[in-house]
Design a protein around this ligand. Structure first.
Ligand code: NAP
Length: 242
């Protein structure tokens, strides 16, 4: 069973679809958009797969145990994708409200760390050679000035966390990696207040366009396979050359 946080829309939904298409049972979380979550569960069921949607805000410290318990009622979780993430409104740091800062840190960083901790505790207790992929962003190295430097900081922290945890648990047969996407065609840009952002970014991307969610999902799904058996504690950049 693959567990994906923030799987109802965007990159997370592409990961859920891809995992189901490869024959995995999938559990995924969403926070507010129950309609999108239900539609995805129905779509996967219609294709002969099994998906479970669970409402849980990863910024809530009780979410990890609840998510794992719900998923494991169906099947043991052998793979975790920490995908849920928010940017907050685009703008300069001087204008960033405290609540937006806290929400971004709690969702992107604390949520990822607490989910990872729950996974590692369970996998170590059962001797499961689990696989984890944390979703970062090219913002972690570009810094995202004028847009969301606080978001970039959370993603840089996710990358440092991935490298450290990857080394810490590799000896137990657990592989922890990150994927660092470039700008991808999802609703996250509209949520941040600039739906035209993908079109504005595209000319600056060496490949000349932004990513489709499926192109990010492909890298994540590869890291979950045995083809990536020697990949641990690293960050795979999927940025179109950025
Ligand atoms: P998106 O289209 O806005 O979708 C976000 C998903 O996360 C939704 O399923 C949403 O659930 C869920 N979510 C948000 N906050 C959550 C929370 N606190 N707890 C649980 N679920 C939550 O975002 P996206 O563009 O696919 O981004 C996915 C990941 O990729 C994020 O980590 C983002 O930082 C990263 N990323 C995105 C881009 C890009 O250009 N799109 C580039 C680099 C990295 P609801 O449906 O209930 O709202």
């Amino acid at each position: 069973m693959v567990l994906v946080t923030g799987g109802s829309r965007g990159i997370g939904a592409a990961i859920v679809r891809g995992a189901a298409a490869r024959g995995h049972r999938v559990a995924f979380s969403y926070v507010t958009n129950a309609g999108a979550a239900t539609a995805l569960v129905d779509e996967i069921a219609a294709a002969g797969g099994i998906a479970l949607a669970i409402q849980a805000d990863v910024a809530d410290p009780s979410a990890p145990a609840r998510l794992f318990d719900a998923a494991e009622a169906l099947d043991p979780v052998t793979a975790l994708v920490n995908n849920a993430g928010v940017t907050g409104r685009l703008g300069r740091l001087a204008d960033l409200p405290l609540d937006a800062l806290c929400k971004t840190i709690d969702t992107n960083l604390t949520g990822t760390i607490l989910m990872a901790q729950e996974a590692v505790r369970r996998w170590e207790a059962t001797g499961t050679p689990g696989r984890m992929v944390n979703i970062s962003s090219v913002a972690a190295t570009l810094g995202a000035p004028g847009e969301y430097v606080h978001y970039a900081a959370t993603k840089a922290a996710v990358e440092a966390f991935t490298i450290g945890l990857g080394k810490e648990v590799a000896g137990r047969g657990i592989r922890v990696n990150a994927v660092s996407p470039g700008t991808t065609m999802t609703e996250i840009h509209a949520a941040g207040g600039n739906p035209d952002r993908p079109a504005q970014v595209a000319p600056r991307v060496p490949l000349g366009r932004v990513a489709e969610p499926e192109e990010i999902a492909a890298a994540v799904l590869w890291l979950l396979t045995d083809e990536a058996s020697y990949v641990a504690g690293t960050v795979l950049r999927v940025g179109g050359g950025v």
